[in-house]
Design a protein. Structure first.
Length: 147
């Protein structure tokens, strides 16, 4: 599987289906969660206001590619996070774990949403179960001390 920085420049506007809440990535249809949907809508609005007359069919464009029809570079995708503590990889992992915590530690759900292989999906589900168990134990601890 290619990284986001390698894959994102090739995304086309037609790959994003807002109505059905999905994005085609590397030929696979990925459902969009609410957070990603809102980010996509905000980007589309920004893109429309910033470059209203662009003919570029790519989803992600910049001031240079808005005047052309080619994709942005992979470097452009990563550049916004350069020098930050967050990396695309850390954001991806955090987002997958957040999904597991929000929707329950279901490896099938994680595999479908993120296109993960089964071992990775199981690992994230196990991590979410451990976090949920720790949270439940921490919440119960004050109650035990009070009694």
């Amino acid at each position: 599987m290619r990284s986001i920085a390698e894959n994102a420049p090739s995304w086309m506007l037609d790959d994003l289906d807002i109505g059905d809440r999905r994005l085609v990535v590397d030929g696979r249809v990925r459902p969009l969660d609410e957070l990603t949907l809102q980010a996509a809508l905000a980007w589309l609005e920004h893109r429309r206001r910033r470059w209203p007359d662009t003919a570029n069919p790519h989803l992600l464009i910049n001031k240079q590619t808005a005047l052309e029809t080619g994709p942005i570079s992979g470097v452009s995708v990563s550049a916004a996070l350069r020098g930050q503590r967050a990396t695309l990889e850390r954001l991806r992992v955090d987002r997958q774990l957040e999904e597991a915590l929000a929707h329950g530690p279901d490896p099938l759900h994680l595999a479908e949403i993120f296109g993960l292989d089964e071992k990775t999906a199981i690992r994230y589900a196990d991590s979410a179960r451990a976090i949920l168990a720790q949270t439940a134990e921490a919440a119960a601890a004050p109650e035990r001390r009070a009694t």
